[in-house]
Design a protein around this ligand. Structure first.
Ligand code: SF4
Ligand code: SF4
Length: 308
């Protein structure tokens, strides 16, 4: 069985990537199962989607603890446990494909992984950094498994993106084709693995579904509202910034309406945002009566912080 796991953020098209790859496998005569798994239903939040493909009925269900291929559309997801744990279950024979401008050797050293690490260069000009890369990732995955033809891939893209305008479909076909070609050298590097029993399973009359480790699946809540253990600041694509000149110190307003309790007043009553836990929902921008909070792109904010 082929097991592929796509990780990305809401809006990057990982569910669509799994649909495309699943449909392409199906066109090649495989039994297929594909399923997305969402956390927060919000653009930018971590999600993952899985594809299983085999020449026999697929009985395996649920999370994919031992993937053969993991594709990560956004490298900033790597340190997060949310979304299933991007690197969880990666054995020596697995393949990791990162959508990143940093080269594969550097990532292999950084992550200290025994498995094969590949990169798919960023398409910043088309995606604006975090745009839709579903077809791109599906095209790369199709070539890495080595048994999906270009015709099956293109047919699946036409099927899954049928509702899109013609030029959007054409652009996605082009991107997927380029990714398919870029992975030529590594075609077939993803291995099939037999259906594995759940750890510790014995023959019985019931089905024992494996579950995720508690640090991935269980809440760990010690503070108000969201968990302090979950750094939702990593979700943020737009950063709220308070202008102290305009702010009238009515912090009970923005502070109590922030869904993550990420705003609290300092001694003088000026609200301060905890950017470790501010997820960028911009509720505070909407409710501020003085229009004292503006939103700026996260990348721009980081550049400003880095500049002397
Ligand atoms: S709601 Fe606006 S004006 Fe009031 S404390 Fe918050 S940022 Fe300042
Ligand atoms: S954007 Fe504002 S309301 Fe939303 S989490 Fe951040 S500080 Fe809270």
């Amino acid at each position: 069985m082929y097991r592929i796991r796509f990780h990305g953020r809401g809006g990057q098209g990982m569910k669509t990537a799994s649909r495309i790859l699943g449909s392409a496998f199906f066109a090649e005569g495989f039994e297929v199962q594909d399923a997305p798994s969402y956390g927060a239903e919000r653009r930018g939040a971590p999600i993952f989607a899985t594809v299983r493909a085999a020449h026999a009925p697929i009985l395996e269900r649920g999370p994919m603890p031992q993937p053969g291929l993991v594709i990560v559309a956004d490298e900033t997801l790597l340190p997060m446990a949310a979304g299933g744990g991007v690197l969880s279950g990666m054995g020596e024979r697995a393949v990791l494909l990162l959508h990143s401008a940093v080269d594969a050797n550097t990532w292999k050293q950084r992550l200290q992984l025994a498995c094969r690490v590949l990169t798919l260069p960023l398409r910043l000009e088309e995606t604006g950094g975090r745009g839709f890369v579903g077809a791109l990732c599906a095209g790369a995955a199709a070539r890495l498994v080595g048994i999906v033809s270009r015709e099956a891939l293109e047919g699946a893209i036409r099927q899954e993106l049928a509702a899109m305008p013609a030029q959007v479909l054409a652009a996605n076909l082009t991107q997927a084709g380029e990714a398919y070609d870029a992975m030529k050298k590594h075609a077939g590097c993803v291995c099939e693995a037999p259906e594995a029993p759940a750890p510790g399973a014995v023959d019985a009359n019931w089905i024992d579904l494996p579950f995720e480790a508690a640090e991935l699946s269980a809440p760990d809540i010690h503070g108000a509202l969201t968990s302090i253990q979950v750094r939702t600041g990593l979700w943020r694509t737009l950063r709220p910034v308070i202008d102290p000149e305009r702010c009238s110190r009515c912090h009970w307003l923005c502070g109590s309406l922030c869904p993550d309790a990420a705003i609290s007043p300092e001694a003088e009553g000026l609200p301060v945002i905890d950017y470790e836990h501010c997820k960028g929902c911009l509720v505070c921008v909407a409710v501020c009566p003085r229009h004292a909070i503006e939103s700026i792109p996260e990348a721009q904010a980081r550049e400003q912080e880095a500049s002397p």
